[in-house]
Design a protein around this ligand. Sequence first.
Ligand code: P1T
Length: 388
Amino acid sequence: MQASRPRYGFGTQAVHAGQTPDPATGAIMPPIYQTSTYVQRAPGDHQGYEYARVSNPTRTALEGNLAALEGARHGIAFASGVAATDAVVRCLRPGDHLVASEDLYGGTYRLFRQVFEPFGIHATFVDMTDLDAVEQALTPATKLLWIETPTNPLLRILDIRALSELAHAHGIDVAVDNTFATPYLQQPLSLGADLVVHSTTKYLGGHSDLIGGAVCTSRDDWAERLRFLVKTVGAVPGPMDCFLTLRGTKTLHLRMERHAENARRVAEFLAGHPKVGRVYYPGLPGDPGHALARRQMRAFGGMVSFVLKDESLEKAVRVLSGTHVFALAESLGGVESLINHPATMTHASIPREDRLRAGLSDALIRLSVGIEEVDDLLADLDQALAAV
Ligand code: P1T
């Protein structure tokens, strides 16, 4: 569905959308409404808020902001990225089937396989760079295409427009996990997707100080089902985390420019390093996703993955343990740089055979490139590589 054209540019929406000065005091920042309930004048006579599981004004402000950034009619905030994913898949029924990209966040794989399979919602994982493979994976029971692009951690670029057209031709809805790209770099609804899912823990929050998730959509039917789940299942974020996420989105456009610029420099440095083998970064002209990323994204993002030339696990572990500015940790998208080992950390819940089939080597190293001085980042990687 085509999103309506916003009145203001992205940076203006990032700073202002969803927020108006507090009518009671004029406070320019949305107050943190730390309350569980709201007083009614008479039964049913209230000011739009009844109980904070259902809604909270700080959350409403965040939801309006996220919806505006994604060009969506509705934004719905959740307690985490996996809670947002869970809510979308919960809208399916036992016997339904979904097709997901084979390279994706390990926690999403675990949710699909270990939580939904036992309830009769089946998932097939395919290489979504291959449209024929996606078409062959569809069955009469397929209800949802689950796309992550760029993928985690191999940074493959999937064609949102082409996949949405294919899915819609079969009456299948499309969800895009836009966590790696953020709405600043790519707006999946404008490319035909029905739903955008986020881990706001990452770039949207941007400071590694909260856990959150969101779904944005212009489909009223989906929004209604998701709001029913918010009320009924209750995986909601607290007002403080909503406030912090809103503080994060105000600088999203500035941070993403710097993340992308630093990541490009890091990817070029690694690509020219004698000890480094393949570098995975869609901004490199030789990357298989480069041309599509140029069309689909505003810039190439802040994530870079690579393997050493001999793909030695032991040497990879030495690099992972040898950086000083890059901190060894799960997660991504904060202002600080992180280094991660998908095989033992973020993607350990995917069986090894499945990881290898998807092209995820045990020796792969993933970087979340922060917004520090890039020369310090390059020097840090240089010394860690020199030690192996
Ligand atoms: O951690 P949470 O907020 O629940 O979000 C889950 C999630 C969803 N989608 C993508 C693409 C993700 O990368 C994540 C979380 N990922 C990590 C923690 C990680 O280090 O990859």
